[in-house]
Design a protein around this ligand. Structure first.
Ligand code: FAQ
Length: 347
């Protein structure tokens, strides 16, 4: 349903691989300043790699976006994770465990990509745990019923892919490469959500109503997830100029609505927007007003589950301290052993 084919060209991995890289435009420190190398890479729509010079504002905005993205994946494990113990069958439980584990993996790739910019994992986690860093608004909503899990797959993963496929072509190499794998997995997540909802829609009237209720709960927060309107998006100008953001918040939102309306019809649910209407001339759907006051309240920590999600995240981190201590003790032991071995070999 959502595949890399939704991207603008170049879309396939061969094209991505053939995009100019730092190696393709040799850097001669005598002839070119760091800035001119960076400018040349921007003009060629090439890739900036960790060892390349980059303007500090480019580095800063990447750390901001990539770390927020990583935090979103990690906090995003919770709404569905709540259902692992109560999934209705062994098959659904196994799928859900794998999906939540994938989201954790995405967070780890993204923290690793952000670390290449010189920010430590501890700094990023500290910012998350002290509520200084943002994470996606969407993960501050509750999942009271089983259908919420399917709707997260269908709509939240669907929105995430729409936003993330263009990031596979962003100018920062480690972020772009991480996104290629993440998008493949998110695409699978979206399909499993849709398939789960399809099954529920073939069930009892109560099950169909449960799906409809979940769609009603998630539709508007998912539209807001794409970020503020373009006219109110302070980061867009710079990130677009630097080839980090390729498609604007509003354009992605519109593409998502246009892709989702036919899927809702197939599923047999109603999207909760009386203003939703196809414009035959443009092929685009008009939709009703998004509640931006609610969005900003959620972003500022006042959503229905902000407190709960952050508290749980902090306690999971604290409870995992012994694992980090054990890993470090083991690494220290290995280092000491290797040193003794090296000394014995040298003697
Ligand atoms: N929530 O100037 P803009 C997923 C903030 S992953 C909270 O437009 P920008 C996988 C924004 O940070 C979902 N804050 O910002 C999954 C900025 O504040 P700042 C996450 C938001 O960066 C699925 C301010 O508003 N995806 O779902 C939000 O140009 C299922 C002004 O906004 C990514 O992070 C929001 N929704 O555009 C996991 C993708 N929107 O930082 C589990 C990468 C905006 O100046 C289960 N990120 N803000 O203090 C992006 O593409 C961009 O950062 C945007 C925002 C598009 C999110």
């Amino acid at each position: 349903m959502y595949t890399q084919a939704l991207d603008l060209p170049p879309t396939d991995s061969a094209a991505l691989a053939s995009a100019p890289s730092s190696a393709a435009i040799p850097f001669d420190p005598r002839a070119a300043s760091g800035q001119s190398h960076f400018d040349a890479m921007m003009d060629a729509d090439g890739k900036i790699e960790p060892q390349d010079w980059m303007p500090s504002a480019y580095r800063k905005t990447l750390v901001r976006q990539i770390s927020q993205h990583a935090h979103s994946e990690i906090i995003g494990m919770q709404p569905e994770g709540n259902w692992i113990a109560s999934a209705p069958s062994l098959k659904r439980k196994a799928i859900l465990i794998a999906k939540v584990q994938d989201e954790g993996g995405h967070g780890l790739y993204l923290y690793s990509a952000a670390e290449t910019l010189g920010t430590s994992r501890d700094q990023m986690l500290d910012a998350l745990h002290t509520a200084k860093a943002k994470y996606s608004s969407i993960f501050n909503y509750p999942t009271p019923e089983w259908a919420d899990v399917g709707v997260i797959g269908w709509l939240v993963d669907g929105a995430a892919i729409m936003n993330q496929i263009p990031l596979c072509r962003c100018t920062y190499g480690p972020y772009a490469r991480a996104m290629i794998r993440i998008c493949k997995e998110e695409s699978f997540h979206q399909r499993q959500g849709f398939e789960s909802l399809m099954t529920q829609m073939q069930g009892t009237p109560e099950q169909r109503q449960m799906v409809q209720n979940a769609v009603n709960r998630w539709w508007w927060p998912v539209l807001a997830m794409f970020g503020p309107p373009d006219t109110d998006s302070p980061n867009s100008a710079e990130t677009t100029r630097w080839g980090i953001k390729r498609i604007s918040n509003d354009d992605l939102r519109q593409r998502f609505v246009d892709a989702t309306v036919p899927q809702a019809k197939i599923l047999g649910v109603t999207l909760p927007d009386p203003d939703l209407k196809l414009d035959e001339a443009t092929g685009k759907h008009a939709y009703g007003p998004i509640d931006w006051d609610e969005f900003w309240a959620v972003v500022k920590g006042k959503g229905p589950c902000n407190q709960e999600r952050l508290t749980r995240r902090v306690s999971a981190h604290e409870e995992g301290q012994w694992v980090r201590d054990a890993a470090q003790a083991y690494a220290a032991k290995q280092r000491a052993r290797n040193q003794v071995r090296a000394e014995m070999e040298a003697a």
